[in-house]
Design a protein around this ligand. Structure first.
Ligand code: B12
Ligand code: SF4
Ligand code: SF4
Length: 259
């Protein structure tokens, strides 16, 4: 079933890329599965947000959270390395990946429901609280529980294909064996190596070694959103994701192999 789900996601990506208006390209997606019974979901009320939902709030009959990572084609992050302002391609990729995530979710819902499994997604309007700048359903944390990666000090989930990409998920009544989480860190700094490259790259003083100012970050996103108004709602920046050892891979594996 895992392979079938991956193939369905790949099909949606290929169809979307084939549309004449789509500019962005994505690499092969990564897929992870979490049991709705995983106790870490309860922990999220403490570490992420006291209002954080459980998978059962999204789907009462849920057994598995299907989480996926859509890595950007390398040209997209590479276009965003230079300068303080987010690149046009990064802004377009943000808008287009938001559309793609909804297409994938709606397709998986229909595909699994046709097979008799009730499947649901977070209603889009609940994705973000614009006052508190948090979500009641953190895609990063859900992906972490589904074994897709570990957090970097840039706050991003670093997967085996790095952190340059976006995350999505649905909750289904189909049981799928949960993906095992690895015991090791994927961020060089957290693994004990001397890396603060993401912090050095922050263009608005939002990301520091001792904390993250989400409002300063959002100021930068808003500035870029105004500049890239023509592509839609593109509140982006992402300078702390690109040109890093963890942009396209888990750098800890390579580093420890080379010692
Ligand atoms: C709100 C939001 C923002 C806010 C706040 C960012 C933030 N760091 O939370 C603003 C608007 C500033 C923002 C900025 C950006 N965002 Co944003 N954002 C979100 C959103 C909607 C919710 C995030 C959320 O709820 N955070 C909750 C807070 C409380 O979490 P936190 O404190 O940061 O989490 C830490 C703690 O929980 C801690 N922790 C401590 N102890 C423990 C213990 C355990 C067990 C665990 C699991 C964790 C944990 O680890 C976490 C990471 O440091 C998600 C989409 C979604 N629905 O999930 C996208 C999302 C997080 N953003 C994303 C991106 C890419 C960006 C930007 C790069 C903008 C851009 N696209 O150009 C920047 C990056 C800023 C940065 N370096 O953090 C991606 C991340 C992809 C990835 N690889 O991880 C997401 C997942 C969107 C997506 N669908 O892919 N974002
Ligand atoms: S740049 Fe270095 S410190 Fe920052 S998240 Fe990546 S590996 Fe970790
Ligand atoms: S997205 Fe931009 S402003 Fe926000 S932390 Fe990263 S580099 Fe800094």
């Amino acid at each position: 079933m895992e392979k079938l789900i991956l193939d369905e996601i790949k099909k949606v990506i290929a169809d979307y890329e084939a549309r004449s208006e789509t500019r962005s390209r994505w690499k092969e997606p990564l897929l992870g599965f979490a049991s709705c019974e995983d106790e870490t979901f309860e922990l999220l009320k403490k570490v992420a947000n006291p209002l954080h939902l459980s998978p059962y709030d999204i789907n009462k009959e849920g057994k598995t959270v299907i989480a996926y990572f859509l890595p950007f084609d390398e040209e997209i992050p590479e276009s965003n390395i230079e300068g303080r302002i987010a690149s046009y391609n990064w802004a377009v990729a943000y808008v287009e990946t938001n559309i793609l995530i909804q297409l994938i979710n709606d397709h998986l819902i229909k595909y699994l429901q046709d097979k008799g499994y009730k499947t649901k997604k977070l209603p889009i309007e609940q994705n973000m609280d614009y006052e508190k700048l948090t979500s009641v359903w953190s895609n990063r944390h859900v992906a972490y529980i589904a074994g897709l990666g570990k957090f970097g000090i840039n706050n991003m989930l670093i997967t085996s294909k790095g952190c340059c990409g976006r995350l999505g998920n649905v909750v289904t009544s189909l049981y799928i064996e949960p993906t095992k989480r690895s015991d090791t860190e994927n961020c060089l700094n957290k693994a004990g190596y001397n890396c603060i490259r993401c912090i050095d790259r922050c263009v608005n003083g939002a990301l520091k070694i001792d904390g993250f100012d989400r409002y300063k970050c959002f100021d930068m996103l808003t500035e870029n959103g105004n500049i890239h108004k023509d592509v839609g709602n593109a509140e982006v920046c992402g300078k702390c994701l690109v040109d890093l050892p963890c942009s396209f891979k888990n750098p800890v594996i390579k580093k420890s192999n080379s010692i």
